[in-house]
Design a protein around this ligand. Structure first.
Ligand code: CP
Ligand code: NVA
Length: 325
């Protein structure tokens, strides 16, 4: 693979939590916490001065777009927002040709798309590190930011054995949370209706990984069982982007999985309430819980910035990307 100045380059991508091992996690969280400390002291770190992040969006976004754009700017770089309306991935131009062009100008590429194959094609066709910023299957940046948030509130870098329950749709966010929990030795429970369980491919990977790390992975249809004794309870929207048309049908089966005070009362006292957002208030989560005293939802949104700065810096280092002098 050649970089945009024609030099041979080895690189890492972050397409999936499954791309990472324990050493990678330590390196990413080290950078993310260091950059957070500098941000709190209002110190800029132009460590990626002049570097360009391309952001490809085939789906809507508030948090991801904002935090990547702000994050690369705080690192001294810049970004271009390539919405699919403009670039027409696979219609105006092939995904591979778009990636080969971006390779000539950009240092890092971020992709939010439908099936993971598109992100994989972009990664294959460019020497720039590629970041999965949500696919139908995974949302790795979200999971890294979420567990960084838990580390911050618990004031520890060690979340092994930490009991966290996810209730709702066995979707992209749940896959990344489960796989990362497996890598980090956590006690992860998920309760989802039987027709909306996490995909077996991710469950199998998480279980195999858990066998090596000491993590516990529990899959159930019973929200009370999952939440019982949990120190954090997480939910997400019932119909993810791309599944909006199924909303009415899904809304018939998901109400028992609503994160409300009755369900939360089965968790450990003062359990953290988590959501990746956007939320449909009154549906998968009630106002009282979302705005309650143990909600860390906005802190999660804040940590998207810190985690992604760490991810970009880590990937840039692995690819040997140098700042512009
Ligand atoms: N949580 C999240 O990824 O938010 P956006 O869809 O607004 O980016
Ligand atoms: N599961 C949601 C997450 C949004 C950040 C979706 O894919 O729409």
């Amino acid at each position: 693979m050649r970089g945009n100045r024609g030099e041979p380059r080895a690189k890492r991508d972050l397409l999936s939590i499954m791309d990472l091992d324990g050493g990678d996690l330590r390196e990413i969280f080290d950078r993310s916490f260091q950059l957070k400390k500098e941000w709190q002291a209002r110190r800029a770190t132009p460590i990626l001065q002049g570097c360009t992040l391309a952001m490809i969006f085939e789906k809507s976004s508030l948090r991801t777009r904002s935090t990547f754009e702000i994050g690369i700017a705080q690192l001294g770089g810049n970004s271009i927002d390539l919405s699919n309306l403009n670039i027409g991935m696979g219609t105006r131009e092939s995904v591979a040709d778009i990636a080969r062009n971006l390779d000539r100008w950009c240092d890092i590429v971020m992709v939010r798309t439908y099936g993971k194959e598109r992100a994989e094609t972009v990664a294959r066709e460019t020497a720039a590190p590629v970041i999965n910023a949500l696919t139908d299957e995974e949302h790795p940046c979200q999971a890294l930011a979420d567990y960084m948030t838990l580390m911050a509130v618990e004031d520890t870098r060690d979340l092994s054995g930490f009991p966290i329950a996810y209730v709702g749709d066995g979707n992209n966010v749940s896959h990344s949370l489960m796989c990362l929990a497996a890598l980090m030795g956590m006690d992860f429970r998920i309760a989802a209706p039987h027709q909306y369980q996490p995909q077996p491919f991710y469950v199998d990977w998480a279980r195999r990984t858990a066998a090596a790390t000491g993590a516990r992975i529990t899959i159930t249809t019973d929200p009370r069982e999952a939440v019982s004794g949990a120190r954090a309870v997480y939910t997400d929207i019932w119909a993810s982007m791309g599944h909006e048309k199924e909303y009415a049908e899904r809304a018939k089966v998901f109400p028992p999985y609503q994160l409300n005070s009755a369900l939360l009362s089965h968790a450990e006292r003062d359990a953290y309430v988590m959501h990746d957002l956007p939320a449909r208030r009154g549906e998968e989560i009630t106002d009282e819980v979302m705005d309650g005293p143990t909600s860390i939802i906005l802190l999660q949104a804040e940590h998207r910035l810190h985690a992604q700065k760490g991810i970009m810096l880590w990937l840039a280092e692995k690819a040997g990307i140098r700042r512009y002098e």
